[in-house]
Every structure is written in structure tokens, then in C-alpha cells.
Design a protein around this ligand. Structure first.
Ligand code: SAH
Ligand code: F3S
Length: 449
């Protein structure tokens, strides 16, 4: 049986797409391998959000082509966002590549690999749009692999984004917003829960726009909140999360859901991008600093301990020292539990790439260092505030860095490490926080009063 190695770059949506491709291939008799050295097929699932992510995948493919081709015949493929946006150009640049599979074509991986392996076709590039493709990311590896039981599951609820933030390539790589039906999503969640999954994260590029065109509001509740309610009904499911929302999607119906739905974890990743109204406007974000602060205030009123993380871009075209100061001051005001900080990267064919006053690299670098220091010091303070507290964690398994330790997550989405054993896996348990590390809590289950 052909062995397949998949390497994934980028976001959780990409991780999920790779899992769905792997599950599809396993069902067709392929075997997954965790190293590239013995693979017959190597697929890179790519990210285009920043230039660096693209360069990484291209360099990797160059190395693979050099190493593998000389020794044996290996099928090489690009999938995902960069495959979508560059298409045939990838093969022109790297002639050893056999397959380029766009973001609406993941479900065709097995069929195309079959054709390539049988020699029916020499090269395949498919980046066409495909109606209904949003509903094809639904197979899970764990369904066919009960001995490696997963406790958390990821479910893709929609594809694409219509927001067209001026810096962002996603609307071009992922296409128009397309949502699955509530029934379809709930059925997938139920299947996961039946295999032992206790926590589900709903995924999409802009989940708060879920079902906007297809599903009518009911009693002031948006389609997304209706979906949360439907998933909440599933017996045996303990925790619900979602990512990524958009601030403009935090209407009162969603804020209230945090108070009403006990399974909805008090945790939110709400991308800010900038604290300056002038820059937010240039970015086409659709909210102001004040509106953002208001959302945070409302969320903390309804769930005082809610964990809040964000994404911030420094060095967007035209960003002055004053604009940047606004972002710093917003960070001080909100006190995020963590923030992912990005230096603006020009993306082809996006409006911001052609804007005047592009910021020099050394300025971006310096702003990044300043905001990183601020964000880290605030986060450390917020993590330290947990010391001495009792928190509920869902135990996911051994820690990735040190298998002797056991890892769980709080409802606010903070990682907790403790001395546990396999019998704790999948358990919801209380631990007392004894100390903190970098974005980590250390807990002790034994010293609860
Ligand atoms: N809502 C989407 C956002 C995708 S990109 C999602 O999570 O799927 C993730 C983050 O990358 C964005 O929130 C933004 O902070 C950052 N980003 C996007 N385009 C960028 C660019 N051109 N340069 C730097 N950072 C960027
Ligand atoms: Fe990108 Fe903005 Fe959509 S960041 S994914 S265009 S909400």
C-alpha cells in the first residue's frame, strides 16, 4: 500500500483539512506515515497568509525534490492556500511537483493520487471552484482509529471569507463564504462524541458570519448562535469552542450565549489587528477601537474570568508612531491573555500591497519587539493570577514537550501541566494551580482541599 506523509503549515483550518485528507486516504487503503523518508507520496498543505509561510513550503519542496527524486520515485504535491493562489506556476517553478490541489479540492486527493500512481496522468493541477465543497471536510482519522482516542475534535463549519480586509489573502485563497447546514454539522459532532470526543472546536475563516445568507435570524439570534445552541444539545459533549470569529460578529446574541450555554467555554480569540481607528479603516475591518473595547467589556460582564486572545499586525502601510501607540494602549487597557503578533507582509493582489507609505523592515521589527514585551508582561501577570486557584481541566494526554507530564486545558483555554498518568486521559478534573511558566500553568490534583 502506498505510504503518505502530509506536512501542514499554517492555521487550525489547515490542520483540519490535512486530517480530512488523511482520513480519506486511509479509507481508500493508503497508509499514513509520520516520516517523509519512507513515504511514497509527500503532500505539503500550505499557508499563504504571510510570505514567510510560502517560502518555507517552497524551500521544503525544493529539498524534497532534490533528495527523493534521485533515489526513488515519489509523488510530490502541494495542497491548500498556496496551491490555490499559485496553481500551475508552482509546477513551472518546481517541475518535480506532480500535484497541485486547491482549497475546494481536498476531497479529490485520493482519486488524483490514484491516477498519478497508475500513470494515467503525468501532472494534475486542480484549483477550480466546486459547489458544495464546503461540506466535504468531514472525515476524521479517529473514527477509524479507536486505539488512539482523541478527546478534542475540530469541525469545519464554513469555508471562505467575504470581509476582504485589505491586507489579507484569505478571501482569494479560500473563496466566497459558504456554510454547511446545521444538521450536517451536528451529525458530524455527534459522531465525534460517540467515539469519546468531549470538546469540539468549530472552525472557519470567519465563523461569526456562519450561515448569514442561508439561515434566517430567529428571535434575534444569528445563524451562528443557532448553530451553537444545536451543538450544545449534544449529550456527552462537555465543551464547545470556536475560531476564528470577527469582532463585528459579536452581537448581543453571541455575548449572551456565553452566559446561557454552560458548555460554551469562557474563552475567545478575537482578532484586533490594530488599536488605531485610522488604521482599522484602512484595513477595512468594519469596527472601531471603541466598539472593540465595548465587546470586551460586555463579555467580561457576563463571564468575568473569560480568557481573551487576539491577533495584531504591526507595520501596516501608513502606520505612524501614534497609531502604534494606540495599539499599545489598547493592549494595556484590555490585558489580553495572549496575542499573536505579526509584522505586516505584503500579499500579492491585495489592496494594502499597493498602498503608499509601506513601513521599513527595521521599524516593523522594532515595533514588534516593543509590543511583544508588553503583551508578554501582561500575559505573565494574568497567568500568575491563577496561582492558588482551583480550575477545571480537560485532560488531553501526555505533554508534547515532556511525555512524562500530563497536559490539560482550562475552560479559558490555558494549558495546564501536572504529574498524571494515562488513567487521567479524557477526564474532566479539578486541579490547583501551584506555579506558572511561559503561557503554561502547573497544577496539582492531589492538594485540593
Ligand atoms: N480570520 C482568519 C484570519 C486569517 S489570518 C483566520 O483566523 O482564519 C490570521 C492572522 O494573520 C490575522 O488575524 C492577521 O493578524 C494575520 N495576517 C493576515 N494577513 C496578514 C499579512 N498580510 N501580514 C501580516 N499578518 C497577517
Ligand atoms: Fe482575512 Fe479579514 Fe477574512 S483577516 S480571513 S479577510 S476577516
Amino acid at each position: 500500500m502506498p505510504r503518505v506523509y502530509i506536512k501542514t503549515y499554517g492555521c487550525q483550518m489547515n490542520e483540519r483539512d490535512s486530517e480530512a485528507v488523511a482520513a480519506q486516504l486511509v479509507a481508500k487503503g493508503y497508509e499514513m506515515t509520520s516520516t517523509e523518508t519512507n513515504a511514497d507520496i509527500i503532500l505539503l498543505n500550505t499557508c499563504s497568509v504571510r510570505d514567510m509561510a510560502e517560502q518555507k513550503a517552497i524551500n521544503k519542496m525544493q529539498n524534497l525534490a532534490g533528495q527523493t527524486r534521485k533515489k526513488r520515485d515519489v509523488v510530490l504535491g502541494f495542497m491548500g492556500c498556496m496551491a490555490q493562489s499559485r496553481g500551475q506556476k508552482l509546477i513551472d517553478q518546481l517541475p518535480d511537483v506532480d500535484l497541485v490541489l486547491g482549497t475546494q479540492k481536498f476531497h479529490r486527493a485520493a482519486e488524483y493520487l490514484d491516477e498519478l500512481l497508475k500513470g494515467k496522468r503525468d501532472k494534475i493541477v486542480d484549483t477550480a471552484e466546486e459547489a458544495g465543497s464546503e461540506a466535504t471536510i468531514k472525515e476524521h482519522l479517529l473514527l477509524g482509529n479507536r486505539d488512539r482516542k482523541s478527546i478534542t475534535g475540530f469541525v469545519s463549519i464554513m469555508q471562505g471569507c467575504n470581509q476582504y480586509c485589505t491586507f489579507c489573502i484569505v478571501p482569494y485563497t479560500r473563496g466566497e463564504e459558504r456554510s454547511r447546514t446545521i444538521d450536517d454539522i451536528v451529525a458530524e459532532c455527534r459522531e465525534l462524541v460517540a467515539t469519546g470526543v468531549k470538546e469540539i472546536t468549530l472552525l472557519g475563516q470567519i465563523v461569526t458570519s456562519y450561515g448569514k445568507r442561508e439561515i434566517k435570524s430567529v428571535d434575534g439570534k444569528s445563524a451562528f448562535v443557532q448553530l451553537l445552541e444545536a451543538v450544545h444539545e449534544i449529550e456527552g459533549l462537555h465543551r464547545i469552542r470556536f475560531t476564528s470569529p470577527h469582532p463585528k460578529g459579536y452581537g448581543d446574541d453571541l455575548v449572551e450565549a456565553y452566559g446561557r450555554l454552560p458548555k460554551l467555554c469562557p474563552s475567545a480569540h478575537i482578532p484586533l489587528q490594530s488599536g488605531s481607528d485610522r488604521i482599522l479603516k484602512l484595513m477595512h475591518r468594519g469596527y472601531t477601537r471603541e466598539r472593540f473595547l465595548n465587546i470586551i467589556k460586555k463579555l467580561r460582564t457576563i463571564q468575568p474570568g473569560i480568557g481573551i486572545t487576539t491577533d495584531i499586525i504591526v507595520g501596516f502601510p501608513g502606520e505612524t508612531e501614534e497609531d502604534f501607540e494606540q495599539t499599545l494602549s489598547l493592549c494595556r487597557e484590555v490585558e489580553f491573555d495572549n496575542a499573536y503578533l505579526f509584522k505586516y507582509s505584503q500579499r500579492r493582489d491585495t489592496p494594502a500591497a499597493a498602498m503608499p507609505d509601506q513601513i521599513a523592515d527595521d521599524v516593523k521589527e522594532a515595533r514588534h519587539a516593543r509590543i511583544l514585551e508588553l503583551v508578554n508582561s501582561i500575559a505573565a501577570k494574568r497567568y500568575d493570577a491563577n496561582i492558588g486557584q482551583q480550575v477545571q481541566i480537560l485532560v488531553e494526554g501526555p505533554s508534547r514537550k515532556n511525555a512524562a507530564r500530563t497536559m490539560g486545558r482550562t475552560r479559558c483555554n490555558k494549558i495546564v501541566l501536572f504529574d498524571g498518568s494515562t488513567r487521567h486521559h479524557g477526564e474532566l478534573m479539578d486541579v490547583k494551580i501551584t506555579r506558572t511558566g511561559s503561557f503554561t500553568l502547573y497544577g496539582d490534583p492531589a492538594i485540593l482541599e
